[in-house]
Ligand binder design. Structure first.
Ligand SMILES: [Zn+2]
Length: 673
């Protein structure tokens, strides 16, 4: 670890020089709250001005720098889609994305159809009379990606990550997570009451008399609560070993006797297979109990509810509004719906993402962006290697294996080399409902067809316009869609220090995921295979517990504490990511013979770095949204992604002159990597 030699500058009251042409560093100087003390609350210092100037729009549940960028991307996508809609005869891609978008925007046609599109399937559901009918219907709904009862999919074989295996997992809930059905606090009780009322209202809108609808809703809630009890919660699901139970088909048959899974696999048109992974065997048993104890009419109601629920946003205004009222207003606090065009842009991105993304990339992403990002990725990977070597708690044996894994990491930048072909999806004018479901059927078939095949590691799990990034532990690769490689994350015009702080820490974050509490359990090939010496594993867990305690003490909304175990992987990645990016910057400065205390906009290189990092996290959140995320999201809230990290980094304290007893001062910070 390099030690900083320069004298720290205290920034309070320090005014930056005003550059003639905009901002020379690329930092958002107006975002800074100069009345705040960076050593007391760095997030407030870096973002306070921005937070004040950027209230949450009525149609959003939160608003941050990610959203600003996403909004810019959405406007570009809207331009592309409107142009494609007008010129559908120009190319096959224009026909698909333009036709799909236009059918979504055609509110008149959607309104005229009302709930008619639901009729065919609801009639079938109401005639489900026995177990064989049920298997058929579940397969039909799953093929359309309506996940009743459980989910069936393909994924890399945990023991042979180059091959694709069939997988069966828990599912079938309408609330965000298991514990929503079980918590006993007042707010949770209230959400459940509103949820049951929402189910009843949708039944009524789909044509059921009110009194009957209430009865149906209560029955649905009963089934879902039983399914929830048999499910694993979000925190338990973070342990990859806990989700691996490979078995042969006859073993599954023993777990679940009330549902003919073998017949289901045929009906859902799965390729032949003998072995599958059942993530949560106890869930299969719990589902069996539910089926044994429910009358067929309750099961019909449950299936009908999920079909109406999945379809609500495709239907007339009354259903769209009711869907928003619960999932938007109640759960996230948003006050009004997003304009239709935004919803239709997102729907096209969801359903035909690589066709739309291809055009997005042509318009926005040049070769230069790809080259510069790749260079930065290379530098940060190099720092990870040095970091591994510098660890005092790890034995040479484990270090050697860690290097093997690091060397094997592959980088994907911007967009896929080979674009997905959507030509088989029929897009019909004025038929948004069926266009959507045909796209779902295409995607479900595409996923199931992989069973038994080698894994295609060139495939992307995010579309190019997405403002996000990911590490895939089963493929050992890091992925950065074109959508995020733009300001405020990355700019050709910004200072290197700011780019390293912003996109550099995101790259470091994804790379650190390869070595967090989850990722470290996968080997260089992506197999779930332990490569750690016993002692090193014990040390790792001890160091990681420091993060569990640190973040577990944060409270994003009164009465709610962060879950230090749920957020452990992300917090490890945030801390590692900032450190790696900082080391890469230091290396760069040394190579270029630039001093660390050189100033731009009144901030030293080190200060620019930490501000560049913090400012991508500026975000206002509604309390409902904060609560929802604290209970379901493995990421810490933005404020703690900043204020949780900097006290662990001595170079931050040096850069801003923080000392005892400043809250941001690093006395005995947590550190794993
Ligand atoms: Zn992450």
């Amino acid at each position: 670890m390099a030690v900083l030699k320069f004298a720290p500058v205290l920034l309070l009251g320090l005014l930056p020089a005003t550059p003639i042409f905009g901002q020379a560093s690329g930092l958002d100087l107006g975002a800074i709250d100069r009345s705040a003390n960076p050593c007391a609350d760095f997030y407030q210092y870096a973002c306070g001005g921005w937070l004040k100037k950027n209230p949450i729009p009525a149609d959003e549940s939160s608003w941050g720098r990610f959203d600003e960028l996403f909004q810019r991307n959405q406007e570009i996508l809207r331009g592309i889609l409107e142009d494609s809609a007008q010129h559908q005869d120009r190319s096959a891609i224009d026909q698909k994305i333009g036709g799909f978008y236009q059918s979504c925007m055609n509110e008149g046609a959607v309104e005229t159809l009302g709930t008619t599109p639901l009729k065919v399937e609801l009639t079938r559901i109401s005639s489900v009379a026995n177990r064989a009918d049920l298997v058929d219907e579940v397969a039909r709904l799953h093929a359309r990606q309506v996940t009743v009862f459980f989910s069936f999919y393909s994924s890399p074989d945990p023991k042979d990550a180059h091959m694709t295996l069939a997988g069966l997992d828990q599912g079938g809930l309408g609330l965000p997570e298991k514990d929503y059905y079980l918590r006993t606090d007042q707010r949770s009780e209230e959400i459940r009451k509103k949820y049951v009322a929402h189910i009843a209202k949708l039944f009524v809108l789909a044509g059921t008399p009110a009194a009957e609808a209430e009865k149906k809703a209560a029955g649905v809630m009963k089934i879902e609560t039983s399914l929830a009890k048999a499910s694993l919660d979000v925190t338990a699901r973070r342990d990859p070993q806990a989700l691996v139970h490979e078995m042969q088909k006859p073993e599954l048959k023993q777990l679940g006797t009330q549902f003919d899974y073998n017949q289901y696999f045929i009906r859902v048109k799965s390729p032949e297979f003998t072995k599958l992974n059942v993530s949560v065997p106890d869930f299969v048993k719990g589902l069996d109990q539910v089926l044994a104890n429910s009358d067929m009419s309750a099961v019909q109601d449950y299936l009908a509810w999920h079909y109406i629920h999945a379809s609500a946003r495709l239907l007339s205004k009354a259903l769209v509004d009711e869907n928003f009222d619960f999932y938007g207003r109640t759960l996230t606090g948003a006050e009004q719906q997003k304009p239709r065009w935004k919803r239709c842009v997102s729907a096209t991105d969801d359903e035909l993402g690589e066709a739309l993304g291809r055009k997005f990339v042509e318009k926005t992403f040049g070769a230069e962006g790809k080259d510069r990002t790749l260079k930065m990725v290379g530098e940060i990977e190099h720092q990870m290697g040095r970091d591994i070597d510098s660890l005092t708690w790890m034995t040479p044996e484990t270090k050697k294996e860690a290097h093997v894994k690091l060397q094997a990491v592959t980088n994907k930048i911007g967009y896929p080399d080979k674009w997905r072909d959507y030509s088989s999806i029929e897009i019909a004018a004025g038929d948004y409902f069926n266009n959507w479901y045909r796209a779902n059927e295409f995607e479900n078939k595409r996923q199931l067809d992989k069973i038994g095949q080698p894994v295609d590691r060139a495939e992307w799990a995010m579309t190019p316009p997405t403002v996000n990034a990911y590490y895939d532990p089963t493929q050992n690769n890091i992925n950065f869609p074109a959508g995020i490689l733009q300001p405020p994350f990355y700019s050709n015009k910004a200072a290197d220090a700011v780019n390293y702080g912003a996109v550099g820490h995101v790259i470091g974050h994804e790379l650190t995921h390869a070595f967090d509490d989850e990722g470290r359990q996968f080997d260089a090939e992506g197999n779930l295979k332990n490569w750690w010496q016993k002692n090193d594993e014990t040390e790792f867990k001890k160091l990681a517990d420091c993060f569990v305690n640190e973040y577990g003490s944060f409270s994003p909304v009164p009465g709610i504490e962060l879950n230090g175990r749920l957020t452990l992987g992300e917090n490890t990645a945030d801390n590692g990511g900032v450190r790696l990016a900082y080391l890469a910057l230091l290396d760069d400065l040394t190579k270029e013979k630039k001093p660390l205390n050189g100033e731009v906009d009144g901030y030293t290189e080190a200060q620019q770095f930490f501000l560049g990092f913090a400012q991508v996290w500026c975000e206002n959140q509604r309390p409902e949204e904060s609560r929802l995320l604290a209970q379901t999201d493995p990421h810490s809230p933005p404020k703690f992604r900043v204020d949780g990290v900097v006290p662990n980094i001595p170079e931050f304290s040096a850069a801003f002159g923080c000392k005892v007893p400043d809250p941001m001062f690093s006395a005995k910070g947590c550190r794993v990597w």
